[in-house]
Design a protein around this ligand. Structure first.
Ligand SMILES: [Zn+2]
Length: 346
């Protein structure tokens, strides 16, 4: 049996803080709701969402500080104490990830209300959580609904939107890795999921000139791509359509760096290099990233060239069961250095 869990409703528009009430009513969610937000996103939209919900539901709010197992545990405890029927996360990556994992473990539905469009976790089933110092991707469930308010997302620094493009364009290399694993290791492969994922990547390449403007139309384009990526992963039943060697490279950087760059920024640069390794037109990925103002070099990521090489050589060890172009043994230092040099990353 192959189970596909998808969001029931996706709302994309302006001034949607009040819409959570209608979505929750349509989906017949219970009376008690716990609203999660960060210290900043509380002001940006969190309080407004909570106030609106309070008119029809018993709403309580909690400030979440980072995507850690500690915070997941704290939110779960609070939700149990309040006998919450459902959760809503108003924030960027970490707040959504905490709500996603806490609600999954509590067997409660959750609504995703993203305040940035920087990665495809806003609609996916996987949560990226820090545990014992290192970040890991944990299986959870996708949100029951996604409410994407383009006005709210537009107020976030442009850098986040450009990072979202990086996460979407990395679908090109992720799908290549998936096909490779299918052919070499007999791994399950879904043509539907792969096509949907590739379509999102092609759309951002096509619309790079619109996205670079950073206006509401740009936000719409990127959000649609991120949601489609999330849906592709749900159809596949794994993160394969949107996560390959370029994601392993980014996880390696997260391990090696005190202060990593944004997820989408790192996977974008990773995609340039792994596209080269695959023999793909890596220049097209680099051009798109350049066009939208996303980093394409180690320097722009704020990372030393040696760290980029090191990350490339250890990336294959991070998730050994995920077969990619890096193979079982990974890249040698020399090969990694050459790939990074040829693609202009270092
Ligand atoms: Zn990603």
């Amino acid at each position: 049996m192959h189970l596909m869990e998808l969001p029931r409703e996706v709302l994309l528009g302006e001034n949607l803080a009040g819409e959570a009430v209608n979505v929750a009513k349509r989906l017949k969610l219970g009376k008690k709701v716990l609203v999660l937000y960060g210290p900043k996103t509380r002001k940006i939209a969190g309080e407004e969402v909570e106030e609106n919900l309070s008119q029809e539901f018993e709403a309580s709010g909690v400030v979440v500080r980072g995507a850690t197992m500690g915070e997941v545990g704290r939110v779960m405890g609070l939700a149990r104490e309040l006998k919450a029927d459902w959760l809503i996360a108003v924030g960027g990556g970490s707040i959504i990830d905490v709500a996603k994992l806490a609600s999954y473990r509590l067997k409660l539905p959750f609504i995703s209300f993203p305040t940035t469009a920087s990665h495809d976790g806003i609609a996916s089933a996987n949560a990226s959580i820090k545990d014992l110092g290192s970040k890991t991707s944990v299986k959870a469930r996708p949100p029951i609904a996604v409410i994407a308010d383009v006005r709210v997302i537009k107020t976030a620094p442009y850098r986040y939107l450009a990072a979202g493009v990086g996460d979407i364009i990395s679908n090109l290399t992720a799908v290549k890795d998936w096909q490779l694993a299918h052919r070499l290791k007999g791994e399950y492969y879904s043509e539907y999921a792969a096509s949907l994922s590739l379509m999102s990547a092609k759309m951002v390449i096509k619309n790079a000139d619109i996205i670079r403007l950073g206006n509401e139309e740009s936000v719409r384009k990127v959000v649609k791509g991120l949601i489609s990526s999330g849906v592709a992963m749900s159809i596949a039943g794994s993160s394969r359509p949107a996560s390959g060697a370029e994601h392993l490279f980014s996880h390696a950087l997260d391990m090696l760096l005190e202060k990593p760059a944004l997820h989408g920024e790192q996977v974008g640069v990773g995609a340039i290099i792994t596209a080269y390794l695959h023999g793909l037109k890596w220049e097209r990925i680099r051009e798109t990233l350049k066009k939208v103002g996303a980093p394409t070099t180690a320097y722009e990521l704020g990372v030393e060239p040696e760290i980029v090489i090191k990350a490339l050589t250890i990336a294959h060890t991070i998730r050994p069961e995920r077969y990619t172009i890096l193979g079982k043994d990974g890249l040698t230092w020399e090969a990694a250095e050459e790939a990074a040099r040829i693609t202009g990353v270092i």
